[in-house]
Each structure stands twice: as C-alpha cells, then as structure tokens.
Write a protein that binds this ligand. Structure first.
Ligand SMILES: [Fe+2]
Ligand SMILES: [Fe+2]
Length: 324
C-alpha cells in the first residue's frame, strides 16, 4: 500500500459533502452578517391600496382593461416575467434544501432566504392587482402553467456549480428588478422594485462571499464550476410561457440584455473575487480560467454588436413615431 503524498491530496477532488462541511463556518459568519444588515420591511407599505377596487366575477366589480394600467408596455412584460420567476419559490426552496440541507447554519440560511424571497412575490402581486397594472386572469393562468412545470436547476449535480450559479443569478435578479422599476413609468412600482432589489443584492453578497471561500479551499474545482456556470448561464425564469419573446423585448427595452449581463452581472462578481487573476492553479483550473477569460471577451464583443443593433432599431422606431 502506498500513502498518497500531501501535494496530491491538495489537488484531490472535493466531494459535495466535504465542501458542505468545510463551508459551514463561513455560512455561519455570512448568515450572522446578513441578519445584521438586512432591515425588516413590510410588503403592505409598498402597495397603493386606495387605488384598488373589486374585479368582475364573484364581487361584481369592473373587469380589467389595458387602459387601466399606469405601467409602460415593457414594464408590464418585465413585471410578469419577474413575478412568475419569484412565484416558483417552492421549487427553488426544494432545490437548495436538498443540496444545502435543512440543518445547522446551512438550514437556517435556506429557511431565512426562502422567507425573504416570499416577500417579493407577495408585494409584487399585491401591487399589480391593486394598481391594475396587468391582466389578472392572464397572470393567474401563467402562474398555474409555470408552477405546474416546476423548476429544476441546471446545476443540481454539484454544490460548487450551484453556489456559483446563485451568486450570478441573485445579481441578475437584482438588476432585472431595478431596471424594470426604472422603465415602469410608475414611481410606486419603481420604489417597490428598488426595495426588492436591495434584498437580492444581499443574497448575492452572501453567495459571492461563499464562492470566495470555495476558491480558497478548492481553487481548480471552483474555477471549473464558475466557467461552466458563466458559459451556460440561463435566467431562472427561462421556463415561463413565452419567455423567449418577453426576453427579447426586455433586451431591446434595456431591462436585461447581453451588455447588462456582461457589465452589471458577470463582471462585478468576477472582478470582486479577482477570478481572472487567481494564480497557483493546477492544469485544470488554469484551462478553466483561460476559457472563462476567452468567453468573457467574446461576450463583450457580442454585447457591442447587440448594442449597435439595438441603437439602430430604437432610431428607426423614433423616426417612425416622429413621422406619425
Ligand atoms: Fe426575489
Ligand atoms: Fe434573492
């Protein structure tokens, strides 16, 4: 029998259970930091209740009509996508509870995170129905169809891939909510989405700091996970009925597109953790780092092309409006 030398051990593949155990301490630290900085807020305070009135049907009120909505067209599209994304929380909870567990600091985080996310769906639905911003019947049918499909993470096979994914995804959600608010045309909506975006930012910070610790523990494996997640990134709402069309409108509308994805979501996390500058990697990690760098450069070039096409399209639209 030979005993593996220590340097081989250092390059050994980390199993998910070993990583869970090794990260527990940083989870506890980050959880305590999170609980200190996360301010309590009340969803009901963000809803313009006095704008509300009965709908048709059982209450015999007025049916919804598009002209009742104060929100812009692009705001309506994005609000529905963002709310349906939040609505699938039971599936997200199931995914992370299975992966991170329900005990100890991990479990406390999983439940706390779920409770915070629950507020997002509550406040958005209350706002949308009270202000008559979107068609309530279509919204409910979308929710039923979306939730009936459930959500299965692309990264459920691996702890590191999951931690990397949620770090980027929480920031993507933050940016999408924030930009939806800015383009909604309703200051009440903007204020509500800004509040949600603050939560999403704290979620991102939690996972990003965890990812930083994972880089210290298992640099090569974490680099490979980050490369895989960045290269294959999909928004959590990709299963929403009509998602492709809505995503295309949101891209043109400046809510979420390649430029925003590159500049405001991927880059901030990669830069903060200095991912492309990490040294001392083994061959696997080095290859992953190079592939990640090449992917980012290519994405930047694609984003520039997209920006040009978008600018041309918006100029044509503006010219048409002026003629009309
Ligand atoms: Fe959320
Ligand atoms: Fe979140």
């Amino acid at each position: 029998m030979t005993i593996a030398p220590l340097r081989h051990h250092a390059r050994a593949v980390w199993s998910d259970s070993r990583l869970l155990y090794a990260l527990e301490e940083v989870v506890e630290t980050e959880l305590n930091r999170h609980l200190k900085v996360a301010k309590e807020w009340m969803p009901h305070e963000y809803v313009p209740w006095s704008d509300g009135r009965d709908f048709d049907g059982i209450m015999g009120g007025e049916a919804w009509a598009p002209e009742q909505s104060k929100v812009t067209d692009i705001g309506r599209t994005a609000l529905v996508v963002n709310l349906l994304t939040e609505d699938n929380l039971p599936s997200y909870h199931h995914e992370i509870a299975q992966l991170f567990g329900r005990d100890g600091a991990w479990g406390t985080w999983v439940h706390r995170w779920t409770a915070e996310e629950g507020r997002h769906g509550i406040v958005m639905r209350d706002y949308l129905l009270t202000s008559r911003a979107v068609d309530p019947v279509a919204l409910e049918r979308f929710r039923m169809s979306h939730m009936s499909e459930g959500f299965e993470s692309d990264n459920r096979h691996s702890m590191l891939h999951s931690v990397a994914y949620v770090a980027f995804q929480e920031l993507a959600t933050r940016i999408s909510h924030r930009n939806t608010g800015h383009h909604s045309g309703d200051p009440v909506c903007d204020r509500m989405l800004a509040r949600i975006a603050t939560d999403e930012n704290l979620h991102m910070v939690f996972y990003r700091n965890l990812l930083g610790k994972a880089f210290e523990l298992a640099p090569d494996q974490t680099m490979a996970a980050v490369r895989d997640v960045v290269v294959n990134f999909r928004m959590p709402g990709h299963g929403i009925p009509g998602f492709e069309r809505a995503a295309a409108q949101m891209a043109i509308g400046g809510i979420y597109n390649l430029r925003i994805h590159h500049d405001d979501v991927l880059q901030p996390v990669l830069r903060f953790l200095k991912v492309l500058d990490i040294t001392g990697l083994g061959p696997e990690g080095l290859r992953a780092q190079e592939e990640l760098g090449a992917f980012m450069a290519d994405l930047d070039a694609q984003a520039t092309k997209f920006d040009e096409r978008r600018a041309a399209l918006l100029a044509r639209r503006a010219a048409r409006t002026e003629q009309a």
